[in-house]
Structures are given as C-alpha cells and as structure tokens.
Design a protein around this ligand. Structure first.
Ligand SMILES: NC(=O)C1=CN([C@@H]2O[C@H](COP(=O)(O)OP(=O)(O)OC[C@H]3O[C@@H](n4cnc5c(N)ncnc54)[C@H](OP(=O)(O)O)[C@@H]3O)[C@@H](O)[C@H]2O)C=CC1
Ligand SMILES: O=C(CO)COP(=O)(O)O
Ligand SMILES: [Zn+2]
Length: 347
C-alpha cells in the first residue's frame, strides 16, 4: 500500500483571551526571528493589534500586511514580503487564514493560525482555497504549526459568522454521501476514519443546533472545536473530500455568479439542503437545523437572486469536475434545477 502523510498542528490553544499569549506560544514553538502578521481590514483592530502587542512583548520584530481577498495574486504579494521572515501569523477569517497558509507553504516557512471567527473549517486544515481566473481551487498547503482560537473574540464576532461555521460543518453530511458515491462509481479512494470523524462532527453540531447562542463562550468553544475536528478529517483524508462535495460546488458556483455572494458557510448550508434532496435523504432535518442555528435556508435569507441559485445549480458540476458527486458529469438541467430549488423552498 502507498505511504500516507497526515499533517496536524503541533499546539492548539482554545480559550478566552488566549490571543494575549501569542508571543509566548510562538516562543514555546521555538520561533525567535522576524514575524509577518497577515490580517484583514476589520480583523486588524479586533485581533491583529492584540497579537502584535503580545509578539512585541516577547521581543519579536513584527511586520504587518492587510489583505482583502484570497486570490493567487494576493498570495504572491505576501510572498514578496517574506525576506528574513521565519513565521507568518494569520489573524482573521477564512480568507486571511488561507492566504497566510498558502504564502507560508510556498515560501517553506511556518504558519500560526489565529481565527477571529468560527466561520469555516480551514482553521487548522492542510488546505487553502485560493481563487484564480478559473475560480476557487483547493490547494495542498501545510497545516498550521499552531492554532490560537480566542473564544472571547469569536463569541463577540457577528453571530452570522458563527452560524456560517455551523453550516459549513452541516455540509459534511452531503460531502460524505458524495464521497461514498464517488468511491462506489469511480473507485475514488475513501477513508473510513476521515468520513467517520467528519460525520461525527456534523452530528454533534446538529444535536446542539438549538443551544448555539449569540455571545455565549460555550457556543463559540463548541463550534471552534467542531471546526477543528472537521479540519482534522480533512488532514486524515489529505483532501477536502470529507467536508466538501456537491454543496460546496454549488457555493463555489454562486461565488462566480452572484453580484454579492453570501458567506461561504451560509451558501454551503443552503447547498446541503438541495443536495440532500438529490441524494434522497432527509433534507427537511437539515433545513430545520440550519434554521435553529440562525443560518440562511433560502435565497431571500442569503440575499441572492433566485435566478442566480438556478444558474449556480446548473453550473455546479463544472466546478472541479474531477470530484465526482451526485451532480454527475452532466449536472442538472434548468428544469430539474428549478424543480429542486422550489421543492426544497430555496426559491
Ligand atoms: N482552507 C480550507 O480548508 C477552507 C477554506 N475556506 C475558505 O474560507 C473563506 C470563508 O471564510 P469566512 O471567514 O467565511 O470569510 P472571510 O474571511 O471573507 O470573512 C468574512 C468577514 O468577516 C470578518 N470578520 C472576521 N472575524 C471577525 C470578527 N471577529 N468581527 C468582525 N468581523 C470579522 C472579516 O473581516 P476582514 O474584512 O478583516 O477580513 C470579513 O469581512 C472562503 O474563501 C472559503 O473558500 C472555507 C472552508 C475551508
Ligand atoms: O470549504 C472547504 C471545506 O469546508 C474546503 O473545500 P473546497 O475544497 O471546496 O475549497
Ligand atoms: Zn467549506
């Protein structure tokens, strides 16, 4: 059998105000040289300033880069700033984390992930979703050497971000169904342990759907831990297969089509409702759980034109065509797409 590499973080810190220990955590991880902090326009004040203060207290020389998107161009711009830098600390949402992760991987240096929101399961995964002229590409990257998830920052983030993270985890249900289908029909390699971990995480979030509340530290902690374990399923699989199937293709298609796309997790959640219906599964249970978590369940709540939903459904199978899903090679016809969106109440 072929050998297999599984990359996981060395240290994971989850708790209130752990961001104030960023400097000492980086010291414990044996870093001493210059550090580049990558962040976003909103997350600079919310998280990066605190991380920088803590790093400077421990005598790190800190440089700062603000980014607005997760494109290959932005990754290159960050790489150009890496002279004498031995560590990148990414402080922000999914885009910031992906750019920091990818730039560190390309430059052969280490990366510490400091999520300011529990909105996606790339917090600790060895993948980065980077956009280029072909759309979103899931690229192999190194896993962060450390994760510092401050539950005080995360619980105070807009609740919409936490709901999106829950929906990104709920999408594991259809991702696993698609993966199993691809294994049966295309003999795609399949990992029982990665699938079991992914499903267990999705079940845990569904079970807790009514108790995830705005502003609660326990809720922030639960979702961060779940996103982390979903990321570990990705690590075990060595691909995003356990957490990304047809519902993610739909979301990636919407990112291309919609004038103002919604959050990644929100779109994936709505995609899960429809793809679960295509799989012949209980899509109403998914829809109810998303509703309980305050996540959007239809085009109106997503803020997306119903016509764009139909177009995204029709286009979805063309996104990453090598990844076989319930959408098959030909995808949905316009009539079938419309019927599906109406039946599930998405439009
Ligand atoms: N690599 C992987 O395995 C995975 C990657 N992804 C990728 O992650 C991205 C989605 O991540 P997501 O976080 O939803 O989107 P963004 O990174 O775009 O973040 C959404 C917004 O939330 C803001 N924000 C973050 N934290 C806070 C906070 N504490 N308070 C106020 N605002 C905050 C950000 O601010 P700012 O403007 O400062 O950035 C941004 O404006 C997608 O590109 C997706 O493809 C998703 C899943 C897995
Ligand atoms: O979003 C992801 C998992 O939740 C990553 O998946 P992609 O490979 O579709 O970018
Ligand atoms: Zn996702």
């Amino acid at each position: 059998m072929d050998s297999k590499k599984i990359q996981m973080p060395r240290e994971v810190h989850i708790g209130a105000d752990v961001i104030d220990n960023t400097g000492s955590i980086c010291k414990d991880l044996r870093f001493y040289d210059d550090v580049l902090v990558v962040t976003g326009p909103n997350t600079l004040k919310i998280g990066a300033d605190k991380a920088i203060e803590s790093l400077e207290d421990e005598d790190f020389a800190v440089d700062l880069s603000k980014i607005n998107d997760a494109t290959s161009k932005t990754v290159e711009k960050i790489e150009d700033k890496l002279n004498n830098i031995s560590l990148i600390v990414g402080v922000g949402g999914g885009k910031v984390i992906d750019v920091a992760k990818m730039a560190a991987t390309n430059a052969g240096i280490y990366f510490v992930s400091v999520p300011t929101a529990a909105s996606h399961d790339g917090i600790a995964s060895p993948l980065a979703s980077i956009k280029n002229n072909k759309g979103s590409v899931s690229m192999t990257a190194q896993a962060p050497i450390g994760v510092i998830a401050d539950t005080n920052i995360i619980r105070n983030a807009p609740f919409r971000l936490l709901s999106a993270g829950c929906a990104d985890i709920v999408s594991n249900y259809t991702a696993i169904k698609d993966w199993q289908l691809a294994n049966r029909l295309q003999n795609d390699s399949y990992s029982e342990s990665a699938a079991a971990l992914s499903l267990m995480t999705a079940k845990l979030i569904m079970k807790s759907s009514k108790s995830i509340k705005k502003g609660l530290e326990e809720s922030a902690r639960l979702v961060v831990k779940s996103l982390f374990s979903s990321g570990m399923a990705i690590s075990i699989a060595g691909s995003s297969r356990p957490a990304s199937g047809s519902e993610h293709k739909f979301s990636h298609a919407l990112d291309k089509i919609a004038k103002k796309p919604a959050l990644h997790g929100e779109q994936c959640g709505v995609g899960t409702i429809m793809m679960m219906s295509l799989h012949g599964g209980d899509w109403e249970v998914i829809k109810n759980a998303l509703h309980d978590m305050n996540a959007p369940t239809n085009a109106y709540e997503l803020g997306i034109d119903p016509d764009d939903i139909i177009e995204a459904l029709i286009m979805a199978h063309k996104i990453r065509p090598e990844r076989y899903t319930i959408l098959g090679d030909r995808g949905l016809s316009r009539d079938a797409a419309k019927k599906l969106a109406i039946k599930t109440g998405v439009i």
